[in-house]
Design a protein around this ligand. Structure first.
Ligand SMILES: C[S@@+](CC[C@H](N)C(=O)[O-])C[C@H]1O[C@@H](n2cnc3c(N)ncnc32)[C@H](O)[C@@H]1O
Length: 227
């Protein structure tokens, strides 16, 4: 599905979120950089917005995704950025096509792992959380951005009107994919939210779990550490 919508993904992402997705990624990066990570694995990197934003902060970042066509867009964006800024290619991000359920890196490789709007799509979330813990260094940070449903009733009513009716309609017209933008609200409704996902992280051995509701709970930033 993501290979199919790779060409229109960025446009729809920024359009349908009114550009707020950029602010959400900034919040995640702010939290991750607090610990001064040298190496970050951006899982489900897709078209690489988070990967590029981390690279711009001077971090050695690796993007990983299961959809090669999404990463082709990421690689083009990265090459364009490097050409424009004439930055040295020494720490140029690497992109790896693999699943979060089987990460092709040694144990304790990364200081931090980031996942932007990816984890709800993983077929086997439990296995992925164990794999992430394996490749994180002890004390390393896991930062996850994921959609949620606002808790406030009035805000939720307006949000649902947009998210369940308007967004799938616009998404279908622009992406020309019949399924992808109705899959989005469906997948959000079945993903555990707030404290439920925080306790899932705890069950998989993560500690110091924190979560922050963004834009009234449209998205949540979860931060945890490998014990
Ligand atoms: C909604 S996109 C998010 C892309 C990007 N992180 C962002 O913030 O815009 C979700 C991505 O998750 C990837 N994905 C889904 N299942 C995956 C898995 N098991 N392992 C790695 N990536 C996966 C998809 O290919 C897709 O690129």
């Amino acid at each position: 599905m993501f290979n199919n919508i790779a060409g229109s993904y960025d446009l729809l992402n920024h359009l349908l979120s009114f550009g707020i997705d950029k602010r959400w990624r900034k919040r995640l990066i702010g939290r991750v950089l607090l610990k001064n990570p040298k190496t970050v694995l951006d899982i489900a990197c897709g078209t690489g917005d988070l990967t590029l934003a981390l690279f711009k902060k001077g971090v050695k970042v690796t993007g990983l995704d299961i959809a090669q066509k999404m990463m082709d867009v990421a690689e083009e964006k990265m090459a364009r950025h490097i050409r424009k800024t004439q930055k040295t290619t020494l720490s140029k991000p690497e992109f790896v096509c693999a699943s979060a359920e089987s990460i092709p890196f040694e144990n304790s490789t990364f200081d931090a792992v980031t996942i932007g709007f990816g984890i709800r799509n993983f077929e086997n979330r439990g296995e992925s959380l164990l794999e992430i813990s394996r490749v994180l260094k002890k004390g390393g940070t896991l930062a996850i951005l994921e959609f949620a449903t606002p808790k406030n009733k009035i805000w939720r009513w307006f949000f649902n009107l947009y998210f369940l009716k308007i967004l799938p309609f616009i998404g279908k017209i622009i992406s020309k994919d019949n399924h992808a933008y109705s899959y989005l609200p469906q997948s959000v409704s079945t993903f555990p939210q707030y404290e439920e996902f925080a306790s899932e992280l705890e069950n998989f051995g993560y500690v110091n779990i924190d979560y922050i509701a963004l834009t009234g709970g449209v998205a949540i930033l979860y931060v945890a550490q490998k014990s």
